[in-house]
Design a protein around this ligand. Structure first.
Ligand code: GLC
Length: 480
């Protein structure tokens, strides 16, 4: 049997570029699949060649072509790089991608329409006709849509299967309906695929046209059947629910490894937790907080946006701050939350340190140096920070939603690996933190808990198997 061919299309992937969870997943899932199923799967990744792409001067130029996008003909260069046994392709167009940020431009819709169209356009040129194209989030949602509308009669394309993975249903690629023809080149019946609630909705189009819809945890796949979580798309999810799957993400446990992570003050393992304490003391000093190994440190590493649950913190944190505790916050986002944490730091400078930043090096120092990681998310498709924290022996305190619910279980239930709560009430969160602090103060219970937390396997291993089975079942469908 020849290896199945999968093209993994994403708008970001570590180590080349990562602004969030999607970049981490796109950087680690294909890598694990390639390692684990060496002769069974040929998985390649395709990305835009942004200005900030790491190592871009060392890529191999494969060729150039011109990609049609409505009335436009746009230059499309293709570069290639082999890394970790994976072939990465990069789509080059300076006008669209030679900018400082990946997202947030007035013409993002057009930029990712170009990227999606290019992916389909260059398959012959790169000599890789995939069995499956795996698209991710709204930025590559036009891949399954264009495949169905523009390529259905092209040789070799009709048997390609598609998957759309939702990393966060809140971001859907919504645009004014008036640009459907001019930018997206979708007319009449085709236009209705991307039309939803009086606007263009690219994710909706992908949900309708893909063969499988997957999301990044089982709980989230159930939650998005409900309007509360689906941000307007519950109806579409429901009517496509037979195609719906949920597979929990893993993390790159080689990269996130306290035994050799060079961002840490000292490396450590389960058997040498003394060095974790050194990380804590150095972190306290770096954060400008009193150095004391007996004061529990709660870390928060997150985008500072509403759905991460910060309103729950704001309303009762001062109650928790009466206790012996320190908080270290790292993140950027909504101005209101940034100001709030800054002012909290000013009022409680002995107990709170806030860094308004996105910084992987500092993040890893906080994962290692904290005792707890707090994630009170209102919704969380998967969440990666709670798994990284666990790997560093830092105990998660999470709200029971999406992937948080699937990965962290309350330790009051016996074999748990963290502290969880459900009700969206500041008091409930405050009580959960206080409950966690109590366990911290009981040395024996605490050591057992840290040991349990560190022994959980959050690598991609199990989930990669589920992806492989999903690919396989999709291909079997085709053979019927
Ligand atoms: C998004 C989600 C997050 C998930 C990540 C990777 O960032 O918000 O929960 O872990 O994608 O799938």
């Amino acid at each position: 049997m020849s290896a199945m061919k999968v093209l993994y299309a994403a708008s970001e992937a570590a180590p080349f570029i990562a602004t969030g969870g999607l970049g981490e997943v796109a950087g680690s899932l294909p890598k694990t699949l390639a390692e684990k199923y060496k002769n069974k799967i040929d998985i390649r990744v395709i990305l835009p060649l942004y200005q900030g792409i790491y190592d871009r001067n060392n890529f191999e130029f494969i060729g150039k072509t011109s990609v049609p996008l409505a009335w436009r003909q746009q230059y499309c260069g293709v570069f290639k790089k082999r890394l970790d046994n994976i072939t990465y392709y990069f789509i080059d167009n300076e006008y669209y991608f030679n900018r400082s940020d990946c997202y947030g431009h007035f013409d993002d819709g057009e930029r990712f329409a170009f990227f999606s169209k290019s992916i389909l356009h260059i398959l012959n040129m790169i000599d890789f006709m995939p069995d499956i194209i795996h698209a991710n989030d709204w930025q590559t949602s036009l891949v399954p849509i264009y495949l169905k509308t523009k390529y259905s009669n092209s040789k070799g394309y009709s048997s390609i299967k598609t998957i759309i993975t939702i990393h966060n249903i809140e971001y859907q690629g919504i645009y004014d309906l008036t640009i459907a023809e001019d930018i997206f080149d979708l007319h009449g019946k085709e236009k209705s695929i991307i039309e939803y609630n009086g606007s263009i909705n690219l994710l909706k189009g992908a949900l309708e046209t893909s063969d499988i819809i997957s999301t990044v945890s089982e709980s989230y796949s159930n939650e998005i059947l409900d309007d509360y979580y689906a941000h307007g798309l519950a109806l579409i999810i429901k009517r496509n629910s037979l195609k719906l799957r949920g597979i929990l993400n893993g993390i790159d446990t080689d990269f996130y490894n306290p035994e050799n992570d060079n961002a840490l003050f000292e490396n450590y393992s389960k058997d040498n937790l003394k060095n974790k304490t050194i990380n804590k003391l150095d972190l306290q000093s770096l954060a400008g907080l009193p150095q004391d190994e007996n004061i529990p440190v709660v870390g928060i590493i997150s985008r500072l946006v509403k759905h991460k649950g910060f309103d729950l913190i704001i309303n009762d944190i001062e109650e928790v701050l009466k206790e012996k505790v320190q908080f270290i916050i790292l993140g950027k986002g909504d101005h209101g939350y940034e100001l709030y944490f800054k002012s909290l730091q000013n009022r409680y400078h002995e107990k709170v340190a806030a860094r308004i930043d996105f910084n992987s090096d500092l993040a890893r120092k906080i994962y290692a140096g904290s005792d707890f990681l707090l994630m009170p998310s209102i919704s969380e498709p998967c969440g990666i920070a709670q798994m990284i924290a666990s790997r560093y022996g830092t105990v998660p305190i999470v709200r029971e939603t999406g992937g948080l619910k699937d990965s962290i279980h309350d330790c009051s239930l016996g074999s748990g690996n963290g502290f969880t709560f459900y009700e969206q009430k500041p008091k409930v969160l405050a009580n959960t933190i206080k409950r966690a602090l109590k366990v911290y103060n009981n040395k024996e219970d605490w050591e057992k808990l840290v040991e349990t937390v560190m022994s959980i396997d959050f690598s991609w291993n199990k989930s990669a198997e589920k992806y492989y089975d999903m690919f396989q079942s999709l291909l079997n469908q085709g053979e019927k």
